[in-house]
Write a protein that binds this ligand. Structure first.
Ligand SMILES: O=C(O)CCC(=O)C(=O)O
Length: 285
């Protein structure tokens, strides 16, 4: 006898269509307040004990350093939702903290994450609201429907790397992705997004993750990712390990090896001829 497993869908047809046509979905309830508070305490404990490492360790591919980041990022309900958007074979290709201190001027200019290295089919970016994200504290802003094409951009320096910023944006229909603590906002990697400074007295606290279909291909170089659902496709992506423990020497070395072996990814951008991979890592000799 053949059994057919009928999985209950989480996203409605309307939500799926909205994602297709507008390039984003907001206000999805995924995490509990308790999960967020625990995550935040672990981060603050790390910040307290490792003040000199915060700038690089909470940056690109921190999912290779901390088992608790990996755990939150692979929460089954979240992966179920992402599978409905981009299919069953999922790579976690990046996790990064996006914390804006109270009254800080930290802001992100309008950009498309896959401007310099295109990824096909597109990956999705998930903003996890560890704290509420409000207009006052500089929530993410998106331009609906902007995921159709890559817009002309220029490069600027940010966190010891070059990032692309869209040269001209019509902000008149920008949407504020206001989220309650524990909600997530998901957007296509080509959706133009950015955010303003934090004008509140509280920290704006987020984890931002990239999930890539395992069958996707980069237009330049070879990326790498952790397989979090399904199976890898051929040899399109380098295999990243699951972190064991929190900020262990092995995890630090493992992340460094991955960034050295697969330096060309959407966050670091393409290497120019003769350029050696470089990334912030205090433990590099
Ligand atoms: O955290 C934000 O407000 C924006 C982050 C962002 O745009 C990014 O990480 O690419």
């Amino acid at each position: 006898m053949i059994y057919t497993l009928i999985m209950a869908k989480i996203l409605s047809e309307t939500q799926l269509q909205q994602f297709q046509s507008h390039g984003f979905l907001a206000g999805l309830d995924v995490f509990s307040v308790r999960q967020c508070e625990e995550f935040r305490s672990r981060t603050e404990e790390f910040e307290h004990h490792h003040p000199d490492d915060v700038s690089w360790a909470l940056d690109i591919k921190c999912n290779l350093l901390f088992d608790w980041v990996y755990e939150l990022s692979t929460f089954p309900l979240l992966l179920d939702i992402i599978s409905e958007l981009i299919g069953p074979n999922l790579l976690l290709t990046n996790s990064i903290f996006r914390i804006k201190e109270p009254l800080s001027s930290t802001h992100y200019g309008w950009h498309q994450d896959a401007a310099r290295i295109q990824v096909n089919p597109a990956f999705v970016i998930v903003y996890v609201a560890i704290s509420d994200a409000t207009t006052e504290n500089g929530c993410l802003r998106v331009i609906p429907g902007s995921n159709e094409q890559i817009e002309p951009f220029h490069l600027t320096s940010y966190a010891e790397r070059q990032v692309a910023r869209v040269s001209h944006v019509d902000e008149s229909n920008a949407i504020d992705m206001v989220l309650r603590q524990g909600q997530v906002g998901i957007f296509d990697c080509n959706t133009i997004h950015g955010s303003s400074s934090n004008n509140s007295w509280k920290r704006r606290f987020a984890l931002v993750n990239d999930y890539t279909p395992a069958a996707a291909q980069q237009s330049v170089g070879t990326g790498s990712g952790q397989l979090v659902r399904g199976s890898y496709s051929k040899k399109l992506w380098g295999k990243e390990p699951k972190p064991q423990g929190s900020f262990t020497k092995n995890n630090i070395i493992g992340r460094r090896e991955i960034l050295n072996s697969y330096p060309e990814n959407v966050l670091m951008g393409p290497l120019s001829e003769g350029q050696r991979p470089s990334f912030a890592d205090q433990h590099q000799s």
